[in-house]
Design a protein around this ligand. Structure first.
Ligand SMILES: [Zn+2]
Length: 317
């Protein structure tokens, strides 16, 4: 709830998070929503030490709200992290590494870049829900499945240049015809078989899946999905009107291209593409959220559940 769980405005943000103690206690509340729990023995009572650690009253192990999260062993004050996260989530399209460096005053571009990547890893909830099934009113939600290509300079040619990467897109379509949530993945190769693996991972069995009707998709029915193929007589590579086949993925693909071109500035590295897809997914799936503070809350909530990712691992791992 706005004003209770998360700040609604920049002014509220400022008054809630005056110093690192405020930030730490906020993280503690997100990490232990039903009260402290000792990571070693599970005991639910603790003492606070002078250094802001929680010491289990039973086994005396000391733990901090940030241990094992992306804030673990960070030398940067939590209030700086919070400021950056507010900035990233309060702007509709996010922020580039250069923009973050300028705004937070980081000494190096590399630091700002690493922060953004750490946060992107927190943008996808581990064990998140699958697409499809039924909505809150019990109406069936179908899923449209297709691939698009991202990267490279020859944006007009589908699947042309070798520096283009196939992206698998699954997007929900509600009974009322609205787009719902999206899942994106960098495909190992283009084509139906790869998409079937992806479908099994992200779509609830029993859901109606719309595809372009390529041969491999017949397998969807044997895997427990409904399958509706849109006749693909017009689906030659020369035909521009792929909207008519799978409009959802096509729309998502154009938004994704516009976002990567507009926000990332530094261009796309194929190796880090999965993380950009995570950020796009995070934003797209919350695009109707009227309170930007809600995104701040969700990201922090997921950040305390996300393992630390040292810079070395991000750049070489
Ligand atoms: Zn304990």
């Amino acid at each position: 709830m706005g004003g209770v769980d998360y700040p609604r405005t920049y002014q509220e943000f400022g008054s809630w998070f005056d110093d690192d103690v405020d930030c730490r206690e906020y993280l503690a509340a997100l990490r232990w929503p039903s009260g402290f729990e000792c990571p070693r023995c599970g005991h639910d009572e603790c003492w606070m030490t002078g250094r802001g650690l929680r010491m289990c009253r039973d086994c005396a192990v000391k733990t901090s709200a940030t241990a094992g999260t992306i804030f673990h062993r960070s030398h940067t004050p939590l209030s700086t992290w919070f400021g950056a996260i507010w900035m990233i989530t309060s702007q509709k399209n996010g922020i580039s590494a250069q923009g973050l460096q300028d705004a937070v005053g980081f000494g190096s571009y590399e630091t700002a870049w690493a922060w953004l990547h750490k946060l992107r890893r927190a943008m996808v909830r581990p064990g998140r829900d699958q697409l499809g099934g039924v909505d809150r009113r019990g109406m069936p939600v179908s899923v449209e499945l297709d691939q698009s290509f991202l990267g490279g300079k020859s944006a007009g040619k589908l699947g042309g240049a070798s520096d283009k990467v196939p992206i698998t897109i699954a997007v929900e379509r509600t009974a009322a015809g609205h787009l719902g949530r999206v899942r994106l993945e960098v495909a190992q190769r283009s084509g139906g078989l790869d998409m079937i693996d992806f479908a099994q991972e992200v779509i609830v069995p029993g859901t109606m899946v719309h595809t372009d009707g390529a041969a491999p998709f017949i397998r969807l029915t044997t895997l427990g999905y409904g399958h509706q193929a849109t006749p693909s007589t017009e689906r030659s590579r020369r035909v521009e009107n792929i909207d008519a086949v799978t409009p959802g993925p096509h729309l998502v693909s154009s938004l994704l291209k516009r976002w990567t071109a507009g926000t990332l500035h530094q261009g796309l590295s194929n190796r880090h593409l999965p993380y950009y897809l995570d950020e796009f997914t995070f934003r797209f799936n919350r695009r109707n959220s009227r309170a930007r503070g809600m995104l701040f809350y969700r990201l922090l909530q997921q950040a305390v559940e996300t393992d630390p990712h040292p810079l070395k691992e991000l750049t070489h791992g």
